[in-house]
Write a protein that binds this ligand. Structure first.
Ligand code: MN
Length: 509
């Protein structure tokens, strides 16, 4: 890809938030199907289109265009995400039972059980609207149950939500705000947790504009001001690294710039006291090579020429993030001849190195590595399924407030990786303490915990852990009762529950 194209992509990505989209036509969907590397049964998809066209006849969107453009836009996205036949058809039919005379039973008759179940799952999700906390939790419960029956339901919902977000300006301000807020607080974190990075960023950036318009304008202004410098730097580094890889025989599948999502930039700015010079990954260079071996080689070659910033080399290939994200990250001083001078953020660049498979997975998450059985039902990775099953398990027996509280700390919060003395990674929410770690390793270790060494230094039990810490818990065999004060220290619900359950078995002395 030439440098000029890189520049224009970065600019268009900012510009398109300000423009209205052209309505998607049936021929656009057909074109997407034709150019897809997946095989689709076009007869069945055409039948779905004709069914939806008839059913929605005479209906219009709030923006004034015929209703059919909405399901078509949804279907087009699903094809672009390489989703299977059933998902695309369910996408075309997703609003039929809710908004027209046609029922789920009619759909089952014409399109079969699987598609009817997918459409039913979406219909259930849209029956309850976000109105206050009570309904919010109810909505979440429905979402998790729908996801657990078939996780493809949530992918169709994402495509549906993305198109609704793009056409929000046709809606009443209160409705617009509700949809944007719900997307930012519920949909984007779920997309993130399912490892769908591209979808998460898109959900966030469109909603951000409606939920926090002033912060949005502020971030755009800050980024636009910096873009020319950042892009000069990116272009120079693209050239230099392309040449380096050629010299060392590391194949380049693709080398391009990626701009950080605006909402994620906003959150980072808040953490960094609004100092944009402290942020090194506003634009990052993405190098895609053909194998993991070449990823590590490329990293070594880059470090041989450009000095890395200490503490910013991350190997998410060996230690993936909890959502499955994998990649090598490093930030280098781009002007290596000056590396003994004080250098500000503009002369450092983050480089992300990965294979095409890893890249696909980082953008589309569970959607990228589903394996389809003959029946068409999908199975996601073991970890993802466990996570969804867990959600369904908890939501059954806890109150609405607890559910929301729990999601905020255990799921939607940033996660850290902490290592046991054997190097096993333990995943905890940000802010977790030594005691949370002890209980995460084993309940008995939690109860018997009397002290800890973090990175070989003795620390107090309320010490908050950071990603990469190696934690050694000191225990006393004779101690089997946790300290009630720990209830105020721990961050995770599982540790809290284990402490409470144990204390119940001990009479107060
Ligand atoms: Mn819809």
């Amino acid at each position: 890809m030439s440098n000029i194209i890189i520049l224009s992509i970065l600019h268009t990505r900012i510009m398109c938030y300000r423009m209205r989209m052209k309505p998607v036509q049936w021929k656009d969907v057909q074109k997407a199907i034709k150019t897809s590397d997946r095989i689709y049964d076009t007869d069945m998809i055409t039948l779905a289109y004709e069914t939806a066209l008839n059913a929605h006849d005479g209906q219009f969107r709030a923006t004034g265009e015929p209703y059919i453009h909405h399901p078509l836009a949804v279907a087009k996205r699903l094809v672009e995400w390489h989703m299977d036949q059933e998902v695309v058809i369910a996408g075309i039919l997703h609003d039929v039972p809710e908004d027209t005379e046609m029922t789920i039973e009619d759909i089952e008759k014409d399109f079969g059980k699987n598609i009817a179940r997918l459409v039913g799952g979406i219909t259930k999700l849209s029956t309850i609207k976000y109105r206050g906390m009570e309904r919010y939790a109810e909505n979440l419960r429905k979402m998790f149950i729908a996801m657990s029956t078939d996780i493809r339901v949530i992918v169709i919902k994402f495509a549906d939500r993305l198109h609704n977000l793009k056409t929000l300006d046709g809606l009443r301000p209160d409705k617009r705000h509700r949809i944007a807020l719900e997307s930012l607080e519920i949909y984007a974190p779920i997309a993130d947790r399912l490892g769908m990075g591209a979808i998460k960023t898109e959900l966030e950036d469109i909603s951000f504009k409606w939920v926090l318009p002033e912060a949005y304008a502020d971030v755009i202004k800050k980024v636009e001001h910096l873009l020319p410098t950042l892009e000069d730097n990116l272009n120079a580094m693209t050239k230099a690294i392309t040449k380096l890889m050629k010299t060392h025989d590391v194949p380049i599948v693709s080398i391009h710039g990626r701009r950080k999502g605006l909402y994620s930039l906003h959150k980072k700015l808040c953490r960094k006291h609004h100092d944009i010079t402290q942020i090194y990954d506003i634009i990052a260079l993405r190098l895609i090579t053909d194998s993991e071996k070449h990823c590590y080689q490329a990293l070594g070659i880059i470090h041989g020429t450009f000095t890395p910033l200490p503490g910013r080399i991350k190997d998410y290939i060996a230690l993936p993030k909890i959502n499955g994200y994998r990649s090598l990250h490093t930030t280098v001083f781009t002007n290596h001849r000056h590396h003994d001078e004080i250098i500000d953020g503009r002369e450092a660049l983050e480089i992300q190195i990965r294979t095409p498979e890893i890249h696909e997975q980082a953008e589309y998450g569970v959607a990228a590595h589903w394996h389809y059985k003959q029946t068409g039902s999908a199975t996601a990775s073991k970890e993802t399924l466990e996570w969804v099953t867990d959600l369904v398990k908890w939501q059954e027996d806890i109150s609405n407030e607890d559910l929301i509280e729990r999601l905020k700390t255990d799921v939607f919060h940033d996660r850290i990786f902490v290592l046991t003395p054997h190097g096993d990674p333990i995943n905890l929410p940000d802010g977790a303490t030594v005691i949370d770690f002890a209980y995460a390793v084993h309940t008995d270790i939690g109860h018997a915990c009397i002290g800890a060494r973090v990175n070989e230094v003795m620390v107090s039990l309320d010490t908050k852990l950071k990603s990469g810490d190696m934690v050694h818990i000191l225990t006393d065999k004779n101690r089997t009762k946790p300290n009630p004060d720990w209830l105020h220290i721990v961050k995770t619900h599982s540790a809290k529950e284990k402490i409470r359950a144990r204390l119940k078995n001990f009479p107060i002395m």
